[in-house]
Design a protein around this ligand. Structure first.
Ligand code: GDP
Length: 444
């Protein structure tokens, strides 16, 4: 996940400060030196680092902060505020046209994750705003691009307009827009051609599409893993196309985080969304304050809650709550839970969003092994329907049968049943309003 070592180093620098009690100017300078190095190593743009450290130092040294008992706390607050400012201060919502359709043009270099993002955002709008988008397949140079968009369209149940690869992108956009008018789609996405590098032909084509479609939003998709190259690409696209926002993809694979931290300050254009994985639900609205909190290791409960709301099937959650109350939680629900958890993304990332969790020793190593989940599912699938709802039936001979049927040992089957029983007990406790044993200490 992004910002791994940056978070660690920033936390170290701030921890040292906290240990000091009263803090002097030289303590602040020392911390700022460490922060500066940490940011540069995270591949943050040099000028952005310089500007950021100056703002923090000026505020920390020049104010009443020093020589009081709460100095460290106040300095951490200043770091958080200035980091938030560097990231753009506030989330900038997607532009919306007063009349339909709102036109969103999506551009970017090949492989940045443009087509995937079109699917992610269309899906996001459909789920959260009941939108009825139309996707226009304007990338006629990469033959697989149209097919890829169509597959994505099918997955999210959103129509895709295409005219194959023999018609000019401008003509495709013209006809696609006309169709959207006719069908009263409220959003139109234009997936444009990518290239390996920026060239005049590409830029001219994008300008022509822009002129024709007068988009409400011109989003540039950049790949976080390309670091400062992504920042340079954003600068060039912005100069030529006057983009309205940036989307930073593959934040999940980028351990340094330099692009995400530099783009707003360098281009002046807001990051509107980030991509955090290959699945079509791996998209987050970019909130500078929450991202700052995450980078500083303070967690991000709000995004976690939103994610849970978006990815967790509400109806299933209600059914589960009822089952907890009635104490009818069975093996079918047990494996259903794993599916829901897997939908929310990697456990490691979820943990990071819970404040304080990454300070608990060993928490960073907790992982849900997808193979282990598959193994447990296989065991449940090897049970008869009666066994799945009534664990008391599972005598030794049935356990042996389940082990053989699922390719596991009896010991593994026993472990799984034990885990099931513990989950069930924990759920009963939770539904009766008690904090399950051990949980209270976790947050204490
Ligand atoms: P395009 O050429 O810009 O349209 O790029 P694609 O949408 O085809 O994406 C290129 C590759 O990046 C695909 O394998 C995607 O699955 C992958 N990808 C896109 N967004 C993300 C992301 O946020 N995280 C990760 N890990 N992979 C992504």
């Amino acid at each position: 996940m992004a910002f791994e070592s940056l978070t660690e180093r920033l936390q170290d620098a701030m921890k040292k400060l906290r240990r000091k009690g009263k803090i002097t100017e030289s303590d602040v300078r020392e911390m700022m030196r460490e922060i500066r190095l940490a940011l540069l190593e995270a591949d943050v743009n040099f000028n952005v680092v310089k500007d950021f450290t100056k703002r923090v130092s000026d505020r920390a040294v020049g104010s009443e902060v020093l020589d009081t008992l709460t100095s460290a706390q106040q300095i951490v607050k200043i770091v958080d505020e200035e980091l938030t400012a560097t990231l753009g201060q506030e989330a900038v919502p997607l532009n919306k046209s007063p009349k339909i359709p709102t036109v969103i043009m999506v551009s970017g270099l090949q492989g940045a994750g443009k087509t995937t993002f079109v699917g992610k955002l269309a899906n996001f709008l459909k789920k959260n705003n009941d939108a009825r988008p139309l996707l226009i397949a304007g990338d006629v140079y990469r033959p697989a691009a149209i097919e890829q968009l169509k597959v994505i369209g099918q997955q999210i149940d959103v129509p895709v307009f295409d005219m194959g690869t023999d018609v000019s992108p401008v003509e495709i956009v013209r006809q696609g827009m006309a169709l959207a008018q006719e069908q009263k789609n409220d959003y139109v996405f234009i997936d444009t051609a990518g290239r390996l590098h920026i060239d005049d032909v590409l830029m001219n084509e994008l300008k022509e599409i822009k002129e024709l479609a007068t988009p409400d939003e011109i989003l540039l998709v950049v790949d976080a893993m390309t670091g400062q190259d992504a920042v340079n690409v954003a600068e060039s696209f912005n100069e030529q196309l006057s983009i309205t926002g940036v989307v930073v993809t593959k934040l999940d694979g980028d351990t340094r985080g330099g692009a995400a931290l530099s783009i707003r300050a360098v281009t002046g254009k807001p990051i509107k969304f980030v991509g955090t994985g290959e699945k079509l639900t791996d998209i987050e609205v970019f909130h500078p304050d929450r991202m700052s909190g995450r980078i500083l290791g303070m967690g991000d409960m709000l995004t976690l809650i939103e994610k849970a709301q978006q990815d967790y099937d509400e109806q299933k959650a209600e059914e589960l709550a009822l089952k907890m109350q009635e104490n009818t939680f069975d093996f079918n629900d047990f494996i259903e839970q794993f599916d829901q958890l897997q939908n929310m993304g990697s456990f490691e990332d979820i943990i990071k969003m819970i404040p304080g969790m990454n300070n608990i020793p060993g928490m960073d190593k907790v992982q849900i092994d997808p193979k282990d989940i598959e193994r447990k599912k296989a065991m449940v699938y090897s049970m008869t329907p009666e066994e799945r709802v009534n664990p008391d039936l599972l005598n030794p001979s049935r356990r042996r049968r389940i082990a053989a049927g699922s390719g596991n040992s009896v010991v593994q089957v026993n472990q799984m049943i034990k885990q099931f029983k513990e989950s069930k007990k924990m759920m009963q406790q939770m539904s009766s309003g008690k904090m399950p044993a051990g949980m209270d200490q976790m947050f204490g």
